[in-house]
Write a protein that binds this ligand. Structure first.
Ligand code: MN
Length: 200
């Protein structure tokens, strides 16, 4: 077994059907996410082999491949925890206060994260992150799994905008998928992540 393993989902494949079908969720978790886990482990093996042989001719490609698969594993592991059949509505407490402070209002934040997710060119993510240097929440629009990201940003809530996340159910209508995603956001999880980053 390699360094990384596919985590179990905290709910059944049919649990999020008001936002994504069981067919999509099963494929997304058991095939797509697994491919990133396997890709990260395989790339670490190839890097170890390159070190052993002191043959670094493929290093640039391997580093890029590691960033892609590892970030895919990180973001999907976050995404599953960010969702819940009991989710929806909006946050309260310290996270709600911080969203108001840094975005003006929950509605303004919601519109920005929706636009960032819907507007990804090609494949990527819309992400709410904690940016530790400025001590603030920001929305980031991630390309693939690892591009367009501020170093040090801690992702708290991630919306997958890859076609594999919605195409079987929503076809080309990504805005409808993102609209439904809000109905399954696990704000308890996002709030716990926010609290943990503040304590770190
Ligand atoms: Mn995905």
């Amino acid at each position: 077994m390699g360094a990384y393993t596919l985590p179990d989902l905290p709910y059944d494949y049919s649990a999020l059907e008001r936002a994504m079908s069981a067919e999509i969720l099963e494929l997304h978790h058991s095939k797509h996410h697994l491919a990133y886990v396997n890709g990260a482990n395989s790339t670490l093996d190839q890097l170890a082999e390159a070190r052993d042989k002191e043959q670094f001719g493929s290093l640039v490609g391997l580093q890029k491949t590691l960033a892609f698969h590892l970030s895919g594993h990180v973001l999907h592991s976050l995404f599953w925890q960010n969702l819940s059949p009991d989710g929806g509505d909006r946050p309260d407490g310290a996270l709600a206060d911080a969203i108001t402070e840094h975005f003006g209002s929950f509605e303004a934040f919601q519109k920005q994260l929706t636009a960032a997710t819907v507007g990804v060119q090609g494949s990527g993510w819309g992400v709410l992150s904690w940016e530790p240097l400025g001590g603030r929440l920001i929305v980031e629009q991630v390309y693939d799994h690892h591009g367009n990201v501020g170093q040090g940003s801690v992702p708290l809530l991630a919306f997958d905008a890859w076609e594999h996340a919605y195409y079987l159910q929503y076809k080309n209508v990504r805005p409808d998928y993102v609209d439904r995603l809000w109905s399954v956001v696990n704000w308890q999880d996002v709030s716990a992540r926010y609290a943990a980053t503040r304590q770190a």
